[in-house]
Design a protein around this ligand. Structure first.
Ligand code: T4K
Length: 369
């Protein structure tokens, strides 16, 4: 990777010498995967770090999402947001479920609870919202609707590691929440993910499902998949837990600096969450409004020419991709806020190693555009 370029993110890695003893243990034990000692330790340490009851580790968040839907036996139609990474809706298609897209709130860019009820049909079995950018959804409003219509709620919390809302960890809401530990996330294990489960029984079922459906050596109880996290990834996760609070604190400083530097820059609107008590500063999304001299794509290309690779998360909308665009709910007039945000959004670089001078350079490039 060219070192004078700045990318939207750069994975946080602990000092290599701190990881070597973990590797040595793996080499000595020969236990590489299938719920080994690091896997068990990491599950417990993670649950306590996040303040949640039960954690089932996964090889990535996409397989975790697919498995979560399978675990709850979700069928028919599921209400979700088009404003997300494509894995959110793909997890529905992998389960033979029809996605029904609902527009987002124009401020938070999370699913708008006020629009959910109108999308419910007799086939609806669940809601799959996303805590986009780690900004919590309106979890109370969503739960109220779910309770009235007897729907399950599965949160795609891929961005929401360590985020708290009014009543503690946002991961405690809904029936299940799914985290991603991909290299590009606030907390990474290279690749990885997890399902946050409310009780030991649901964790047990999920653990079977991620291990081909094996309940014991000779009994297969369901058409499970191989979603297990390896000892390598679990060991790295254990070590990363020691560093993550400091990494998030540095992200907070960068977020504050961006917001200060963008005060009085016409046409650049910083996206903010509404419901968080503790944030993780996973992304720094801005909306490039009409009074900015360049279009969003103009600004994206301008930055790219100067060596800054910002990203258009999330453009195109999921509902624009070929496997979704034929759905009635995918029509643009149904998704006007999501469509508008998708055409204006730009996620600027934010990661613990990003220097203040680099943040100033990025903002100067934007001001000069
Ligand atoms: N749900 C939501 C809401 C999600 O956002 C995601 C994933 C998922 C579910 C599924 O989670 P996983 O199954 O992945 O656990 C990235 C990630 O691949 C993806 O995990 C993430 N969301 C999505 C928002 O972003 P790309 O295509 O933008 O990644 P890429 O490779 O272009 O990386 C972005 C930048 O990060 C690069 O320009 C440089 C830097 N980078 C990246 C990698 C992979 C590094 O410096 N080192 C690296 O190893 O999708």
């Amino acid at each position: 990777m060219n070192s004078d370029k700045i990318f939207v993110t750069r994975p946080y890695l602990p000092p290599l010498e701190e990881f070597l003893p973990y590797l040595q243990q793996i080499w000595e034990s020969g236990k590489l995967t299938n719920s080994g000692p690091f896997h068990r330790q990491f599950e417990q340490a993670l649950a306590s770090h996040l303040g949640v009851g039960h954690v089932a580790l996964f090889t990535n968040a996409t397989i975790a999402l697919v498995t979560a839907l399978q675990a709850l036996r979700i069928t028919g139609e599921v209400i979700t947001t088009p404003y997300s990474f494509v894995a959110t809706a793909h997890s529905l298609l992998w389960n033979g479920i029809k996605p029904v897209f609902v527009d987002v709130d124009p401020e938070t860019l999370n699913i708008d609870p006020a629009k959910i009820e109108a999308a419910i049909t007799p086939q609806t079995t669940a809601i799959l919202p996303v805590h986009c950018y780690g900004h919590p959804c309106d979890v109370d409003a969503i739960q109220r609707i779910a309770d009235i219509y007897n729907l399950r709620v599965i949160y795609d919390a891929a961005h929401a590691f360590g985020v708290d809302c009014h009543c503690g960890s946002v991961l405690k809401h809904g029936d299940l929440s799914i985290l991603s530990f991909h290299a590009t996330k606030v907390f990474n294990t290279f690749e990885g993910g997890a399902i946050i489960c409310p009780d030991a029984k649901s964790k047990e079922r999920i653990d079977y499902l991620k291990n081909f459906g094996f309940a014991n050596e000779t009994t297969v109880v369901a058409t499970g998949i191989n979603g297990k996290m390896s000892e390598f990834n679990a060991a790295l996760g254990l070590l990363q837990l020691k560093h993550v609070d400091r990494a998030i604190a540095r992200r907070a400083e960068i977020d504050t600096l961006y917001r200060r530097l963008f005060q009085n820059v016409p046409g650049i609107r910083c996206v903010s969450g509404r419901n968080e008590v503790r944030s993780n500063y996973a992304y720094f999304p801005v909306l490039v409004e009409q009074d900015f001299p360049l279009t969003r794509d103009g600004l994206y290309n301008h930055l790219l020419e100067k060596g800054v690779h910002a990203r258009r998360y999330f453009y195109p909308l999921i509902s624009e991709f070929p496997m979704y665009r034929g759905l009635p709910s995918a029509q643009r007039q149904n998704l006007s806020h999501a469509t508008s945000a998708s055409n204006k959004i730009l996620c600027l670089p934010i990661y613990p190693d990003l220097a203040d001078d680099e943040v100033r350079r990025i903002v100067d490039l934007i001001k000069q555009a």
